[in-house]
Design a protein around this ligand. Structure first.
Ligand code: SF4
Ligand code: SF4
Length: 103
């Protein structure tokens, strides 16, 4: 894929694997109403959430095995939760985390 200014937008044709830097431009976390909560005890590290997340904001967890959402860019669509084969992702109301909201 070639951008209008003739610069390569993606390094390969697998846009889902390259899109992270190019497409994460909207801080959708500002208006999200639900967030995905990952249960690492249920997770088998299959990576489906990483693959299916539309804006590619599922990232490696600190343990290097599991995954988490980059909440600056997660829009709360719930696709990761629906695709997870282990039921390891639960969508939780953003209001449950209201203390984390900026004043
Ligand atoms: S809720 Fe949607 S945007 Fe957020 S991590 Fe899951 S798939 Fe990605
Ligand atoms: S889809 Fe579910 S089981 Fe697979 S890596 Fe993501 S959280 Fe873990």
């Amino acid at each position: 894929m070639v951008a209008p200014d003739d610069q390569e937008l993606f390094e390969t044709e697998a846009s889902w694997s390259d899109a992270h830097g190019a497409l994460l431009c909207l801080h959708t976390g500002d208006w999200r109403t639900e967030r995905p909560v990952f249960d690492n005890d249920k997770c088998n590290a299959c990576g489906f959430c990483y693959i299916y997340c539309p804006p590619q904001c599922v990232v490696d967890d600190e343990d290097g095995i599991h995954y988490k959402a980059d909440l600056d860019y997660c829009k709360g669509c719930g696709v990761c939760a629906r695709e997870c084969p282990k039921g390891a992702i639960t969508m939780a109301p953003e209001g449950d985390y209201s203390d984390a909201c900026p004043a």
